[in-house]
Design a protein around this ligand. Structure first.
Ligand code: NAD
Length: 260
């Protein structure tokens, strides 16, 4: 149902972003993938997306902490496909530290990537969506867009900001057939989660097993990690015409975390 549409997904060389790319490609969309990683592995994913969609997939290697690179990426998507119909702001990183020790450069980087990049891609994508009178803006926010955890000040701040940006944009584009929504996962098993285990072990003086059971899944009543496929299925639903009435919403997929 996405034949002829173009989806740009930031941070889609791995984890949740790659799952979004596969889900949207399976419905026939052109795909722009973005993010870092091994060039050969990314090329393999890119060709697999084309096989899945029967449409085109291009790779944008741009660093989304830099405004001029975001502008270059959006220009490249416009050159290749005319513009972006579905924008998924998904690139994000985490850093775990007590606030008094939080490195200033890390704060700036996380706000730039997890929040500012979504402002820039959105402001650049909206004119085309308005001209087509159709569009979907989807953010991978987080349960941390609704609630906090200690030692994640930059991340929680950025994700709460993303939720506010989404609501604001939803109101601005509401009469143009464009929706803007957050998807807010709890803990999803991806490299981002795996990589924060050592820092959390240090910050809380815990073993790996204690971090997994007592920190990561402590607040998730299902005691299960969310899967990337579950998150991607929600994005696909939000792209459907049946979801045209869902805008400015924050869709939780968190195993009951924020119900508590
Ligand atoms: P991941 O680390 O697997 O993927 C992150 C992606 O962002 C990668 O493709 C990486 O190359 C890309 N990236 C990193 N820095 C970049 C930069 N400067 N410019 C462009 N791309 C960059 O992580 P993930 O778990 O798939 O997370 C994706 C999103 O989901 C993030 O926004 C994260 O905050 C959010 N999220 C994750 C979880 C979880 O439990 N994994 C939970 C809630 C929200």
């Amino acid at each position: 149902f996405l034949k002829g549409k173009t989806a740009l997904i930031t941070g889609s060389t791995s984890g949740i972003g790659l799952a979004y790319a596969k889900a949207l490609a399976s419905e026939g969309a052109n795909i722009v993938i973005n993010g870092f990683g091994d060039a050969a592995a990314i090329e393999t994913e890119r060709t697999a997306l084309e096989a899945l969609s029967g449409a085109k997939a291009i790779y944008a290697p741009h660093d989304l902490t830099r405004v001029e690179q975001i502008e270059a990426m959006m220009a490249e998507a416009a050159r290749a496909f005319g513009g972006v119909d579905i924008l998924i702001n998904n690139a994000g990183m985490q850093f775990v530290s007590p606030i008094e020790d939080f490195p200033v450069a890390k704060w700036d980087l996380i706000i730039a990537l997890n929040l500012n990049s979504a402002f820039h891609t959105t402001r650049l994508a909206v004119p085309y969506m308005k001209s087509r009178r159709w569009g979907r803006i989807i953010q991978t926010a987080s349960a941390h867009s609704l609630t906090a955890s200690p030692f994640k000040s930059a991340y929680v701040t950025a994700k709460h900001g993303l939720a506010g940006l989404t609501k604001t944009v939803a109101l601005e584009v509401a009469t143009f057939g464009i929706t803007a929504n957050c998807i807010s996962p709890g803990y999803v098993w991806t490299p981002l989660v795996e990589n924060q285990i050592p820092d959390t072990m240090k910050a809380r003086n815990m073993t790996r097993e204690q971090v997994m059971n007592d920190v990561l899944l402590a607040g998730q009543p299902t005691k299960q990690f969310v899967t990337v496929e579950q998150v991607a299925a929600m994005a696909l639903y939000l792209c459907r015409d049946e979801a045209a009435g869902i805008t400015g919403a924050n869709m939780s997929i968190d195993g009951g975390w924020t119900a508590q």
